[in-house]
Design a protein around this ligand. Structure first.
Ligand code: NAD
Length: 476
């Protein structure tokens, strides 16, 4: 069976070469199609960082085994890693944190075996960003019901397969009641299909503390994308650092296996790169392909190797510094003692596609329009702005003005500092129409620079928009 391999940037080629040497020593029955992806492809003009040959290869093998790829900070091309995950619909990012023999950790963890699943393609990672005024940048955050259900179902299926007794959903639904609220609602909807597994939830900041104090309390945790990104790095710290954190990006068809860490520019070419995280991502891939015995043999050899790497030669001497070369040599020696497995790879179930799948909730519940939030630029104080806006409302009413999410009109505090970017809310007494709202936008645009607008929807009888901080329920 053939898989696609991209070595990546920075320490990527060093750790990937080490892992492929170990695979050969373990007689892993795979062939590798080496493709170009990452910085060089992006700098050569293909801003996705994914060459045409790489795209064809991944879409035919269904498996990408990749090294880390560099992303410029601030400007420049977008993250090739994120592009790959989104392009190939890998909606779940599974990360496993296991206490490894003799690996030093700052926080004492005993026999930790924690699995975290990070939603992988939604949230702020769409990087849908706009400057709204000179002073205001905006990032749109999309959380969808089908996307949330997909990652939760994968999590429960995986938990059931591994015999987990508990799945915990981390979120910030106390603050982001609609977006994180939807993620949490979908979690409990899916949990109903797995009555044998205990389902509960935790607010993400409390999770951060509890992971440090008592990580063994958790078994499987599922999180939205950005919160998952941060908390999984925290979990990596519990088992010794990023060099020990593997991951699998799971999709319906294509799956991507990669280490959690980046390109480690500070240690490139110095024989310091630790291949453990990529090697463990590789054993996740081997299990995914049914090569369970090969994966187990490599992990046994890894335990032996890590013990040897972290052992003090005698009590008077320190542990010798980590060396990539010594790691690979010790792995190869440890594998010599293992018996080769005759198992063959099971190619992933993977149907070729001609067009994207539409994931829509059916039947679509009834939706009505109740008004519009208009985002506009103005340096007027709130009361003066309200006086200018009221005559523009037409059949609707101006009900609220907020600044940075805090209500500043009809009531507010003189201690709420404002910037030149307001949300002004116009509401109808009953249902209204798109045409009425577009006409209102036209009138408002005659007087103010508009930065955007959001319809206020009533979906299935429930308010589909948030209240401003300080705005009372039913104040409209
Ligand atoms: P990083 O993970 O590359 O490095 C953080 C620290 O961990 C560094 O001190 C580094 O030396 C150390 N480290 C990481 N992996 C190691 C390993 N295998 N062995 C020994 N030490 C290791 O994070 P960063 O410095 O924030 O990012 C560098 C680049 O990598 C950026 O361009 C970033 O966008 C990219 N990145 C890519 C991925 C990916 O490909 N999936 C993930 C994270 C960051």
């Amino acid at each position: 069976m053939k898989i696609t391999v991209a070595k990546g940037d920075g320490i990527g080629p060093e750790v990937m070469d080490a892992v492929l040497d170990i695979f050969v020593a373990a007689k892993v029955p795979l062939e590798y199609d080496l493709v170009a992806m990452g910085k060089q492809v992006a700098l050569a003009g293909d801003v996705t960082g994914i060459s045409e040959a790489a795209r064809r290869s991944v879409e035919s093998t269904g498996i990408l085994f990749k090294g880390p790829m560099e992303t410029p900070k601030g400007g420049g091309y977008k993250s090739v890693n994120v592009t790959a995950r989104k392009l190939w619909g890998t909606f779940a990012n599974k990360r496993v944190f296991r206490t490894l023999p003799d690996v030093p950790t700052a926080v004492r963890t005993r026999n930790l075996y924690l699995t975290m699943v990070r939603e992988n393609i939604e949230d702020t990672y769409g990087a849908v960003e706009h400057m709204q005024t000179h002073d205001v940048a905006q990032c749109r955050r999309f959380i969808t019901r089908p996307g949330s259900e997909q990652v939760h179902r994968y999590t429960f299926e995986m938990a059931a397969r591994k015999g987990a007794r508990r799945v915990t959903c981390a979120h910030k639904a106390n603050i982001m009641k609609l977006t994180d609220g939807l993620f949490l609602e979908a979690f409990y909807d899916v949990a109903k299909d797995y009555p044998q597994i205990q389902a509960d939830d935790v607010i993400v900041d409390a999770l951060a503390m509890r992971l440090v104090l008592a990580p063994e309390d958790f078994d499987v945790v599922v999180l939205p994308n950005l919160q998952g990104d941060i908390l999984t790095d925290l979990a990596a710290g519990l088992v010794g650092g990023l060099a020990y954190a593997p991951s699998a990006n799971i999709g319906d068809g294509i799956c991507i296996f990669e280490a959690v860490h980046g390109t480690a520019p500070d240690i490139v070419g110095q024989d310091l790169a630790n291949p453990t995280a990529l090697l463990l991502s590789g054993t996740m891939m081997l299990r995914h392909l049914g090569l369970v015995e090969h994966a187990a043999a490599i992990e046994q050899a890894l335990d032996v190797t890590l013990r040897a790497m972290h052992r003090r030669p005698d009590l008077a001497q320190p542990v010798p510094p980590f060396r990539t070369g010594r790691f690979v040599q010790t792995m190869l020696e440890a594998l010599r003692a293992s018996r080769p497995s005759a198992a063959e790879a099971k190619p992933p179930r993977f149907a070729p596609r001609n067009e994207p799948v539409m994931r829509v909730t059916e039947p679509t519940p009834p939706t009505a329009l109740a008004g519009v939030d208009v985002f506009l630029e103005s340096s007027l104080a709130p009361a003066a702005l309200a006086e200018q806006l009221k005559p523009l409302a037409g059949p609707l009413s101006l009900t609220m003005i907020s600044n940075r999410g805090t209500q500043v009109w009809p009531s507010g505090s003189p201690h709420t500092d404002c910037i030149n970017h307001y949300r002004v809310r116009f509401e109808a007494s009953g249902a209204t129409t798109q045409q009425a709202l577009v006409a209102l936008l036209g009138r408002t645009a005659e007087r103010f620079p508009l930065c955007g607008a959001e319809w206020l929807r009533i979906i299935d009888g429930a308010r589909g928009y948030s209240l401003a901080q300080g705005q009372a329920e039913g104040s409209a």
